[in-house]
Design a binder for this molecule. Sequence first.
Ligand SMILES: *Cc1c(COP(=O)(O)O)cnc(C)c1O
Length: 416
Amino acid sequence: MKDPTKALHIGYDKDLQKSMQVPIYMTTAYEYNDTDHAARLFALEEEGNIYTRIGNPTTRVFEKRISALENGIDSLATASGMGAVFYSIANLVKNGDNIIISNKLYGGSITLSTQTLKQFGISAKYFDSTNPEELNDLIDENTKAILFESIANPALTVPEFDEIVKIANKKGVITICDNTIATPYGVKPIDLGVDIVVHSASKYIVGNSSAIAGCIIEAPFAKEKLKTKRYSHFNEPDESYHGLVYNEKFDNPFIARARLALLRDFGAVLSPFNAWLLILGLETLHLRIKAHSDNAMKIAKFLSTHPNVKNVNYPFLEGNENYKRAKKYLKLASGIISFELESYERAKEFVKKLKIFSLVTNIADSKSLVTHPASTTHQQLSKEELINAGVPEGLIRLSIGLEDVEDLIEDLKRAL
Ligand SMILES: *Cc1c(COP(=O)(O)O)cnc(C)c1O
């Protein structure tokens, strides 16, 4: 079955009402047939519904569909993308461990890894995802994960997948790839050997800024690494489940533990209503991400010929520093573009003149968005700090929407 067909059909057997759309089960709890039934469910001897914090039938349809699109063995939905990033790390580490993160990552993933997790005794080291040989020296016996993005937000860096996976496999360390911007239609990290994929489903998956959501997908082969000494907690009895050993009980130990231990105890569960919005989003994701990418390519070309514009950054533009890797690994390069204007003032003036683009700190909406990091997300940084962070004061980021591309180019032309 091809991807769009999977996205429309997998995981839903029509209910008694023969409802065409997946029903929204807005419920916290579910009735048991009798106490024996309840006991079997609690002992994990039988699959079934217990309590929506650890599972819900509507959410389950989304999980099955995104897992199928990413060629995973199973998936877990979370209340946000940051919830997914946090759980994917928290599932692997304990006090005293470390993780290795790409130096080009989403801001929230950087603060989580370098600041918040530090307070739990977990440290983070940086690596260059475009030149990953240094992983050989960075990985030690307490390294539990390597985290990077398939198209980094906001730098748009495309990683050297093959090399990262090769070194991680040699050393037996789990790789986690955030596939938010590329989507499974841009690249399937599991096909390239990545163990765990995470998404902020708040972006292209839901597609229209209507919900915050996230998910984690496990590759069928992740278990091979989880069986080793590095991940002993997957091979030793979990006292909170009468001595359950995840690797013995499950083919999907990573997702099973994320659900049974992390969702149970941390509780960042997705609302069934939001899961339903994600199901609607997946139905058209293949059409939308192609349209976003086509519009963005045309706009990147237009911008790169405009005299007032410097340094257009779009991975599929010939001459871009990511071009070779983008062509090697990506089918689509998404709707995100950045470029530079002469100065802070020119950037502010440009944003003010735009009529169709909205000034919003977000990406991947069906509507076109613009951000000026120097006056918003990065305003506390000095001119030099801005340059070091790769966000010069005239930098503009666009998230190209689904409007007619001629209208968007007209809007940009006027503002430039
Ligand atoms: C937005 C984003 C996140 C965080 O997702 P939320 O749903 O906002 O919590 C994580 N990673 C990337 C690449 C993102 O763009």
